[in-house]
Design a protein. Structure first.
Length: 119
C-alpha cells in the first residue's frame, strides 16, 4: 500500500487535504462537527480511558505510555487493518486534540500504522 500518513492538531487551521480522522476517544473541546470536517472518528483505537488518565500528557511518563499503548494497539490489529482499508485516499490525516505536539498518542499511532502498511 502506498498510503501517506500525517498527524495534525485538530485546532490548526492549515490542515492538509486528505482523509481526516479524529483519533481521540473524547471529542475535542470547542470544535464543532462542521469545523472538524471529519471523514471518520476512530475512537475505538485511541488509548483506553485508564491509560489516558494515568498518562495525563506528562512527558516523563511518555516512554511507559508508549509501551502500554503499543500493547493495546497490538490487541486491535484486525480493527486497525479494517480502518486502513476504508481510507479511500492515499493521504490519511490523523487528528488529535492534545496540546503537546511531541508527546501524544497520535505520534505512536502514526508509526504503528506505518509499520502495518509495510507488511
Amino acid at each position: 500500500m502506498n498510503q501517506k500518513i500525517f498527524i495534525q492538531h485538530i485546532y490548526a487551521d492549515n490542515s492538509p487535504e486528505g482523509y481526516r480522522v479524529l483519533v481521540d476517544r473524547l471529542w475535542p473541546r470547542g470544535i464543532s462537527k462542521d469545523r472538524a470536517s471529519l471523514d471518520d472518528w476512530w475512537k475505538d483505537i485511541a488509548p483506553s480511558t485508564v491509560l489516558r488518565q494515568w498518562f495525563g500528557h506528562q512527558e516523563d511518563k511518555f516512554d511507559e505510555f508508549r509501551r502500554s499503548y503499543l500493547q493495546e494497539l497490538s490487541e486491535h490489529k484486525d480493527k486497525l487493518r479494517e480502518h486502513l482499508s476504508e481510507v479511500p485516499d492515499k493521504k490519511l490525516i490523523l487528528l488529535y486534540g492534545a496540546k503537546n505536539p511531541t508527546c501524544n498518542h497520535a505520534l505512536i499511532l502514526k508509526e504503528h500504522l506505518e509499520s502495518l502498511l509495510e507488511k
